[in-house]
Ligand binder design. Structure first.
Ligand code: C2O
Ligand code: CU
Length: 551
């Protein structure tokens, strides 16, 4: 059997896992490829290269020796006028992207990183619904990249400067010119002023780099942070606040033994891109295996999966469930008891954990069977009498029958005609193909993702919040033979935790995943893409246009 580049790259996680890396860290996308059709492999197939430097094995690291960092809260530096809000001054924040060094673990030498305001994760931006703010995103990075750029990827050609950046607030409803469009990147020494109207419900959003063709590298370097929107309805619910409302940004990395980031590469030095990047070291707010001292009371944790490709499968070591109160775009209709929470890249879950019965004890947050964060519950007296409300907010269901358009799009992987590089495509189209999705402002549409690949892909739309309608198995052979969408079973309703507003959805292999949304927001050009960053950088991203409403 010919082993293709794809087969090798897909098996990547397990390949490294068998070697220098402990297999504690299960790769997300390295599932068995029951659905993928074998392709004629190119004979000179590039494979995942073995790391040239020895990597840190997680087993060798002491557990729970560093306190959990809480990212600083961003402070507005001035008040500024903006033409969109005449007669008002808006708070303006300045976020400078720069290089710095930080210890990711007590026993690991300081790591060179890029971060917003020299912090990883960056400062947390606090916003209130209906109160617009400005951020000046300043690129003060070095002029050379320190991670392996693949110049074959669209938008990362040698003719472009190596270091480019542009920030997107994931989940924010913003005008197109402030959305961090991938081609709106700028170079060190430049900055952009973006307006965030915050005309949206309370939710845990996050910001990250989005520069064309190198997003995976810029985010891996550390360009991530949390953006919290609050509103009075949520505040009236009596949920934990202040020190008891904690963002937990989860990601993973590979580190060389000298503490420096290792980003995996193929064995073709001219085409280093790999299909996935699974770290073996889990990080919570930028620390490996930290601990967090808590009071014996309720806490709200805002879980964000900011990893390149890995999913997190979270549980608590004492066997008690989380109370999930929110997903990507804010509060669920009601709080849910969940023993495990699985998050794909870019997905969020807000949970309440009550430590009241655990005074003097420890509990671990686990990813699969591995403790990644230890809670140490104080014996203190700071108790709370708050009660978690059973119902949180109304999430009226969108009726798909009222949709102006029903779009059906494939997710697929392909080797190009010359047997060259593997690409990941949305509806068989590449980034530079003409725009094909052009919803009208305020109209409702349903989008169906027909997943022809062997993996689940987390699909994200900018600008809008959506609802998951259902997932339905289909006949891949009928599709491949004559593009016929033949269902092979009943539609499966979304799970209760998917009944809130979402902005990223897991599109499972062998399934048609259907979502519905209303295109609220301003007309303009946005993007939709797979949030596996390696896929997004290699064509699994498309522009889309919101057309002005009919007047
Ligand atoms: Cu999290 Cu296009 O982004
Ligand atoms: Cu993907």
């Amino acid at each position: 059997m010919t082993i293709t580049r794809r087969a090798f790259l897909r098996g990547a996680g397990s390949l490294i896992g068998a070697g220098a890396l402990a297999d504690l860290w299960r790769p997300a996308a390295a599932s068995v490829t029951t659905m993928a059709m074998p392709m004629a492999g190119r004979t000179s197939a590039a494979m995942l290269a073995a790391p040239k430097v020895p990597l840190i094995n997680p087993v060798s690291l002491a557990r729970f020796v560093d306190p959990l960092p809480i990212p600083p809260t961003a402070r507005a530096t001035e008040q500024r006028a903006h033409p969109a809000f005449p007669g008002r001054k808006l708070p303006c924040y300045r976020m400078q992207m720069r290089a710095f060094k930080m210890r990711l673990h007590r026993d690991v030498p300081p790591t060179s990183l890029w971060g917003y305001d020299g912090s990883f994760p960056g400062p947390t931006i606090e916003a209130k619904r209906g109160e617009p703010l400005l951020v000046e995103w300043a690129n003060a990075l070095p002029t050379q990249h320190f991670l392996p750029i693949d110049h074959n990827l669209h938008g990362a050609e040698k003719s472009h400067p190596e270091v480019r950046a542009v920030t997107h607030v994931h989940g924010a409803r913003v005008p197109a010119h402030a959305d961090g469009y991938p081609e709106d990147w700028y170079t060190p020494g430049q900055s952009k002023l973006y307006l965030y109207p915050n005309a949206q419900d309370a939710a845990t959003l996050w910001y990250h780099d989005h520069a064309m063709g190198i997003t995976r590298l810029n985010i891996y370097a550390g360009l991530i942070g949390t953006y919290i929107v609050r509103d009075p309805e949520e505040q009236a619910l009596g949920l934990p606040t202040g020190d008891c409302d904690v963002p937990l940004i989860l990601c993973d990395r590979l580190l060389a033994q000298d503490g420096q980031l290792y980003y995996p590469v193929s064995d073709d030095p001219d085409a280093p891109w790999v299909m996935q990047c699974n770290g073996n070291l889990p990080l919570c707010n930028g620390k490996i295996f930290p601990y967090f001292e808590v009071e014996p009371r309720k806490y709200r944790f805002r879980l964000v999966n900011a990893a390149n490709t890995s999913f997190f499968d979270l549980s608590l070591s004492h066997g008690q469930p989380f109370q999930q109160i929110a997903s990507d775009q804010g509060l669920l209709p009601k709080s849910l008891e969940r023993a495990r929470i699985e998050l794909y890249p870019a997905e969020r879950a807000d949970v309440v954990v009550d430590f009241a019965e655990l005074a003097g004890k420890t509990v671990q947050l686990r990813h699969q069977s591995q403790g990644i964060l230890e809670f140490r519950v104080r014996d203190g007296a700071k108790r709370d009498a708050s009660v978690l409300p059973a119902t949180l907010r109304d999430v009226p269901r969108i009726d798909p029958a009222g949709a102006a358009q029903h779009r059906v799009m494939t997710l697929n992987e392909t080797d190009d005609a010359n047997g060259n590089a593997l690409q990941m495509l949305l509806d068989g189209k590449r980034w530079f193909d003409p725009v094909s999705e052009n919803p009208r402002q305020h109209s409702v549409e349903t989008w169906s993702f027909v997943n022809l690949t062997g993996d689940a892909h987390p699909i994200h739309l900018h600008l809008v919040r959506f609802q998951v309608l259902n997932r339905r198995p289909f006949d891949l052979f009928a599709w491949n033979a004559h593009r016929e969408l033949k269902f092979t079973g009943p539609a499966q309703a979304p799970e209760p935790h998917e009944m809130g507003w979402k902005d990223t959805v897991r599109a499972d292999p062998g399934m048609v995943t259907r979502i519905a949304m209303r295109f609220e927001g301003e007309p303009g050009r946005y993007v939709w893409h797979c949030h596996f960053l390696e896929h997004e950088d290699n064509e699994m991203m498309r522009p889309y246009d919101v057309l002005p409403a009919h007047s």
